[in-house]
Design a protein. Structure first.
Lengths: 205, 300
């Protein structure tokens, strides 16, 4: 079992990574759901979409836990990867949209295709083909008018502490590597000497 | 007559010129007098290096979490982080896992049992039943949902490693046939070998099938109980019901099992298939938290 300190440091890193960074933003209340559709393999410009899902979507989901974010992956690389953002129409009352959504959950096997919007929703599509993930994020932020969250002072302090920890770890790693190298060198030398000496003894005999 | 010194000198020379100065070991067969034979002539007595092994402590190490200020989360906070990490994954294939760290001795009795969770993680078990072929029991078992029924046919399938079930139940009447078949080498490592202790050799097969259909096994290994506790799609209330049911059962078993040694729950940790492990503090949600339970119940 891992020691408590090791567990703590790994956890701190993961928690700060999901809280802060690009993609940490609060979506306005008119966004009802997000749907992403792309292929499992990256051929045909699907790389950016996958990276967006892996890098930024967890942060978005953390800050907007109630918004369904559906990822539908499939094996049809000829299709262009698209993101659909479902927005509530400005004139519709929020109470009217409380009816249950007929939205299937995420799938690896093309089972949850993008649904047509309900009566009080409109859809914005973003074409993600051949785009870098950070580029897709810019489009996304512009379309939804999301408010990026700035890290608080505590979070900045935490990040700096983790950074010093990482730097110290690098220094220590290098020091231990040198020590091990030295030890190995000495051992090798001894081994070679022993092999040579053994030969000499055999010749004498 | 030559002076004695000269003689001595020549003797010494003779002795020196001889290749072996070391005394020759008399060639007495070893079995005759092993104690008398001096096998070594080393003048330096090497002291044996004795590194004393540190004694392994009796109990598993359990840190004081409060003293070390280890962060503990409410269930809703933990679910928020885990749901964020697992975003976009098919919710049926991603599971919540629970790890219960026990404060317990390294040796001694371990907890090993099964539980029917209020909201089962996996409900479609494939069950096979060993019972006399063509009997009433066989037909009843098939009716109850067993995928394979029989005696020799089933044994033959197992010998050919054609195992398409994940539970194996044996009827009491077929116990002898099972022991004779000698399948322990194949079934043992998979944990499928029926035994009385695991309650998989039974009299009432149908009841056992019904019981084990929604049940999940758990056991203590190295002082920790690990098991899948829910699907990613479960709501906080469902997950809470599952965790409470399991903890209640484990606590009862802890109290039952320990005659001399004490065994108690030390820490409860929640994680998912790909997620980090978060220590729980036993609360569902903070009172003044903006996070609601409904927010964590949406479609993944």
């Amino acid at each position: 079992m891992r020691s408590l300190g090791e567990r703590l440091n790994l956890l701190r890193k993961q928690l700060i990574n999901i809280r802060c960074g690009p993609g940490a933003a609060v979506l306005p209340s008119e966004v009802t759901r997000i749907h992403m559709d792309f292929a499992i393999s990256l051929k045909g410009g699907h790389m950016g979409a996958r990276k967006f899902w892996k890098e930024y979507l967890p942060r978005l989901k953390y800050h907007n836990p109630s918004i369904p974010m559906i990822v539908n992956r499939h094996d049809q690389n000829q299709l262009s990867p698209t993101m659909s953002i479902y927005l509530r129409k400005s004139d519709a009352s929020p109470a009217a949209s409380s009816e249950p959504l007929a939205q299937p959950s995420s799938s690896r096997t093309n089972l949850s295709k993008a649904q047509p919007p309900t009566a009080d929703e409109r859809v914005v599509h973003i074409d993600m083909a051949n785009k870098h993930s950070s580029h897709i994020l810019e489009f996304f932020m512009a379309e939804t008018r999301a408010v990026p969250l700035q890290p608080t002072t505590e979070e900045i302090v935490e990040m700096q502490a983790l950074e010093t920890l990482r730097k110290n770890a690098d220094v220590d790693r290098e020091r231990v590597r040198q020590l091990r190298l030295e030890k190995k060198k000495e051992e090798d030398m001894l081994k070679r000497a022993r092999a040579a000496g053994g030969m000499a003894e055999q010749e004498e005999a | 007559m030559a002076p004695i010194d000269r003689c001595l000198a020549s003797v010494a020379k003779l002795a020196l010129s001889q290749p072996s100065i070391r005394p020759v070991v008399p060639t007495i067969p070893r079995f005759l007098a092993p104690a008398l034979i001096q096998s070594r002539q080393a003048s330096v007595i090497r002291t044996k290096k004795t590194t004393k092994k540190k004694a392994v402590p009796k109990d598993f190490k359990r840190h004081n979490l409060e003293k070390r200020e280890f962060p503990q989360h409410t269930l809703c906070d933990a679910m928020r982080v885990l749901r964020a990490i697992e975003v976009g994954q098919p919710p049926a294939s991603i599971k919540y896992e629970i790890h219960i760290n026990l404060k317990t001795a390294r040796n001694g009795p371990v907890i090993k049992s099964s539980i029917r969770l209020p909201h089962p993680v996996q409900s479609d078990w494939q069950i096979a039943v060993i019972c006399p072929e063509g009997s009433d029991i066989a037909t009843a078992a098939t009716a109850a949902g067993a995928v394979a029924v029989g005696e020799e046919t089933l044994f033959e399938a197992i010998r050919q490693e054609k195992i398409d079930f994940d539970r194996l139940i044996c009827h009491e009447n077929s116990e002898k046939a099972l022991n004779k078949a000698g399948l322990g080498r194949i079934l043992g490592p998979k944990g499928l070998m029926p035994s009385k202790r695991m309650k998989t050799i039974v009299n009432d097969v149908v009841k056992s099938i019904r019981d084990s259909a929604g049940a999940a096994d758990y056991r203590e290994r190295q002082g920790v109980i690990r098991m899948a506790i829910g699907q990613l799609g479960h709501t906080p209330d469902q997950l809470k019901a599952n965790i409470q049911a399991l903890l209640k059962k484990v606590k009862v078993e802890c109290a039952e099992i320990s005659e001399e040694v004490s065994k108690e729950v030390h820490e409860v940790i929640l994680s998912t298939t790909n997620g980090p492990a978060l220590s729980l503090n036993g609360k569902l949600n903070e009172a003044e938290s903006t996070l609601t339970v409904e927010a964590l119940s949406s479609v993944m």
